[in-house]
Design a protein around this ligand. Structure first.
Ligand code: KIV
Ligand code: ZN
Length: 517
């Protein structure tokens, strides 16, 4: 059977989702899970975008042993050098160079002629070929590029050393028939096309990313690109898990093998959702909470008689029904550490000690500690940033006819000393946040606040996600507790810690220098 390679860009294009900002350790955790899923090529970031991105690409490429790890780069020597620096010592390094080719981008963005585009592409690929065993070249906005020009660019970058040519539908404009036709046309017209893999990269602006990607596969694409849960710039990228499951479920039709371990899909989706703070919609195909839920009586009756009446796919096939119960209050540190490792976390002894004590506190309050609870505990603590402030106590005075007042006691580890402040607010949470601002001396603007229940039941953990801004820079924070006010305080302090450690290191949110995807 024909094989199609999966290129995952959750950590690059996916991270370009508004409001998402993954640090290096979070990227490593996702990368290791993607490896378990069997992803072939992993785009770890855009090394030239910021020092933080470069460091993340470096750490991912050191941690990942099987898959090829690539960095995005513009077709300029500086970016190629940065990618080289980030990927030094990687087991399977590669580079992903892009340059826009469409008339609109040539005229308004690049102000370049066709000939200039051809030369720039060729030179960049030649330079990259000296450093990297694997060079992918992307024609940005390929979907709106003249077909014969796509072929001309391909004929310049193939002899220059590209081994994958990607035709992105950058703006999510094409229909499946139109997108598939590009691949057929190139297969027929490009000299030397048999030496390279053609790759599909779609955006979901019109909700057609997965359909377009499948159309490209039918037309001969050997690689597909996308992000877990379909996250990404604007409406997002192709949801890779949907493509993988469509190919497996309709193998009779597509006749394509992927080699992916579909059972890892559920776990991968949950981890990406947690670490990015982007919830998966209930009705999302394959990984949504309702994807395998049957509500109507007629459907339930059919299911009881034979599940094939209303189900084309079993939840366990994609690991959605995986065993959730892991540990309880009698579990020891060893079992706890083993479980974290199995879940893909590589943490220092010191971090495990801290987490273990948080886990014990939780196990005392909650009968069943599930995998989701552990992920939440790990992420809350595990930002990779220096822990400058930690919450010691929070107290609220609330009455429906009085002004809510909060007092917090927070340890500032720089000195170290515990500081106490109180504040009134429009509500209990507002009062807590104001009191924290007083202690930290940072006045943060709350841009987003979300609260979700991590697991089921009255004793479920509440997880709070906040996005704070100061000037041009935004930071995210997460906090968990069985009490939502405490979870809110923890999330806020987590974000402030990120803010303070980043501004001390002179690095705000990685500002993307890439405007095209
Ligand atoms: O959408 C796009 O064009 C991209 C390229 C960098 C491949 O993300
Ligand atoms: Zn893209």
């Amino acid at each position: 059977m024909r094989r199609v390679q999966f290129f995952d860009t959750t950590l690059r294009d996916g991270e370009q989702s508004p409001g998402v900002n993954l640090n290096a350790e979070e990227k490593v955790a996702i990368a290791l899970q993607l490896e378990r899923l069997g992803i072939h090529v992993l785009e770890a970031g855009f090394a030239a975008a910021s020092p933080g991105d470069l460091e993340a690409v470096r750490q991912v490429s050191q941690a990942v042993k099987g898959a090829t790890v690539v960095s995005l780069a513009r077709a300029v020597p500086g970016d190629i050098e940065k990618a080289r620096e980030a990927l030094q010592g990687a087991e399977n390094p590669g580079i992903h160079i892009f340059l826009a080719t469409s008339p609109i981008h040539r005229k308004y963005k690049l102000n370049m002629t066709r000939e200039q585009v051809l030369e720039k592409a060729e030179k960049a690929v030649q330079m990259a070929g000296k450093y990297f065993p694997h060079v992918e070249f992307s024609m940005e906005d390929g979907g709106r590029t003249e077909k014969e020009f796509l072929c001309q660019v391909a004929e310049r970058v193939i002899p220059a050393g590209a081994d994958v040519i990607n035709i992105p539908d950058t703006v999510g404009y094409l229909t499946p028939a139109e997108y598939g036709e590009i691949f057929r046309y190139m297969k027929e017209h490009v000299r030397g096309i048999e030496k390279v893999k053609l790759s599909a990269h779609c955006h979901d602006d019109l909700g057609m990313a997965v359909a377009n990607t499948l159309a490209a596969i039918e037309a001969g694409a050997e690689q597909v690109e996308g992000a877990i849960n379909g996250i990404g710039e604007r409406a997002g990228n192709t949801a890779l898990e949907e493509v993988a499951v469509a190919l497996a479920t309709r193998e009779d039709h597509y006749q394509v093998a992927t080699g992916l371990h579909l059972k890892e899909i559920g776990k991968t989706s949950r981890l990406v959702s947690k670490l990015t703070g982007m919830p998966v919609p209930g009705n999302k195909a394959v990984v949504g909470a309702n994807a395998f839920a049957h509500e109507s009586g007629i459907h339930q009756d059919g299911m009881l008689k034979n599940s094939s009446t209303y189900e084309i796919l079993r939840p366990e096939t994609v690991g959605v029904d995986s065993t959730q119960l892991v540990l309880g209050k009698h579990s020891g540190r060893h079992a706890f550490q083993d479980k974290l490792q199995e879940m893909g976390y590589r943490l220092s002894e010191e971090k495990i000690d801290f987490l273990f004590s948080r886990f014990k506190e939780l196990a005392d309050r909650k009968k069943r500690v599930e995998e989701e609870d552990l992920i939440s505990l790990v992420e809350e603590k595990w930002g990779g940033e220096e822990e400058i402030f930690t919450l010691e106590t929070v107290q609220i005075s609330y009455g429906n006819r009085s002004v809510p007042t909060a007092s917090v006691r927070i340890c500032d580890h720089r000195y170290p000393q515990a500081l106490q402040e109180a504040a009134c607010g429009n509500g209990s949470i507002d009062a807590i946040f104001k009191a924290i601002d007083r202690v930290t001396g940072e006045v943060m603007h709350l841009e987003d606040y979300k609260i979700t229940s991590v697991t089921d039941g009255k004793d479920a953990l509440g997880e709070v996600f906040v996005k704070l801004r100061q000037g041009d820079y935004a930071v995210q924070g997460r906090g968990v507790s069985t009490d939502i006010l405490e979870a809110s305080a923890r999330a806020y302090i987590h974000a402030v810690n990120r803010w303070v450690s980043r501004s001390t290191a002179g690095e705000g949110k990685a500002v993307s220098v890439f405007s095209g995807s």
